[in-house]
Ligand binder design. Structure first.
Ligand SMILES: Cc1ncc(COP(=O)(O)O)c(C=O)c1O
Length: 362
């Protein structure tokens, strides 16, 4: 039996257990932009506090327009929600399904959201010998054998493996979905936190595509506590179905104003790309020199690694470093760990501490 679902973060509880202040813990367990909240937007945020005395625009006209302009889609292709998770929930509810496919390993919320709708979950196992890379032809064959599966939840880049699914593969799958009346729910929560800024599949979407693409502002702009997500579809029937599931005023007035302005933080956006494009490959290289761990290739702002020591998380916690143990992911176990890419000093501290505990290959 699997242990119950948990997530990265939760640093307050860990600090309380260790009886130390939160600031003394280096949190590598949550995959959030280490540049923190974009300082150029503090003023906008503070001014938006006045909005707490009024209801947000239930249509979120300005917010949708800002997102649509950035993504080069029409404002009525855009849906917004209280984090990507709410949109995932609404997308799943919009399709009256009995069976769905999710990857293994992947982000645990899909399974929870599907099961609470009474939808059977079929796992599609990614293979460790392929470095957990996605093989589209084999997955389409699997779907051909399973007509009952009508929702396909994919994540690109996948959490916790960091692998991106190519646009060519996504096109093959979407064509299959359009022809066989299946629905693709594609979670791109981390696509803007990939090395070399990988393309979103939003650029390829057409009105025929039976696909919802879900994005998060939470990770890139470091606002998991403020919460903002968005979803794009160009398919009119899917838009109509999603509209029925939308919760009224689910984006609060502060997140609404933040979202209207977030893409204006050009300097922050470019600094984030600079940080990731340098620090992600540097951390990969450094981790490969730690004895006893196998780090899997990733394009995202986090890495999965394997280590035979099931107490590694505890040992790091004693040194005030928190990482994510992947024991609750279907298809993984206690000997897999995920770490976020942080700033250069923190990354060096992590690697040196791992070397102290496990030894070095050098
Ligand atoms: C793949 C993936 N999608 C979505 C989310 C949740 O995003 P949000 O905080 O915007 O709901 C997470 C959070 O870890 C995630 O890993």
């Amino acid at each position: 039996m699997r242990s119950s679902l948990h997530h990265g973060g939760n640093i307050e509880k860990v600090a309380a257990d260790l009886n130390i202040p939160v600031e003394q813990i280096k949190d590598f367990s949550a995959n959030i932009n280490p540049l923190g909240f974009p300082s150029d937007l503090w003023n906008v945020l503070v001014q938006s506090f006045a909005n707490i005395e009024v209801y947000p625009d239930p249509e979120y006209t300005e917010l949708k327009k800002a997102i649509a302009d950035q993504l080069k889609v029409a404002p009525n292709d855009v849906f917004v929600g209280n984090g990507a998770t709410e949109l995932l929930d609404e997308a799943i509810r919009a399709e009256k399904a009995t069976d769905a496919l999710v990857l293994a390993p992947t982000f645990g919320e899909y399974e929870r959201l599907l099961k609470r709708q009474g939808i059977n979950v079929h796992y599609y196992q990614l293979k460790e010998e392929d470095n957990f890379a996605f093989k589209m032809a084999a997955m389409i064959d699997f779907l051909k054998e399973h007509h009952e599966i009508t929702i396909i939840c994919l994540t690109s880049p996948n959490n916790p493996t960091g692998q991106v699914i190519s646009a060519a593969d996504l096109r093959k799958l979407t064509d299959f979905c359009n022809k066989h009346h299946r629905l693709l729910v594609l979670d791109e929560a981390f696509i803007d936190l990939t090395v070399g800024q990988q393309e979103s599949f939003i650029d390829e979407l057409t009105p025929d595509d039976r696909a919802y693409i879900i994005r998060a502002a939470t990770k890139f702009f470091a606002i998991p506590g403020l919460r903002l997500g968005y979803c794009i579809t160009k398919n009119q029937k899917l838009k109509d179905k999603l509209k029925v599931q939308e919760n009224t005023w689910s984006v609060n007035g502060i997140a609404d104003v933040f979202g209207q302005n977030m893409f204006r933080a050009k300097k922050y956006i470019s600094l984030t790309h600079d940080w990731l494009n340098v620090q992600q490959p540097a951390l990969y290289e450094a981790l490969q020199k730690v004895k006893g761990i196998k780090v899997f290739p990733s394009t995202a702002n986090f890495f999965l690694f394997k280590c035979a020591d099931p107490d590694l998380r505890e040992k790091l916690l004693q040194r005030r470093i928190m990482i994510r143990q992947c024991d609750d992911y279907v298809g993984l176990g206690p000997d897999y760990y995920r770490i976020a890419v942080k700033g250069p000093q923190d990354n060096v501290l992590l690697v040196n501490t791992l070397k102290e505990i496990l030894g070095s290959e050098e």
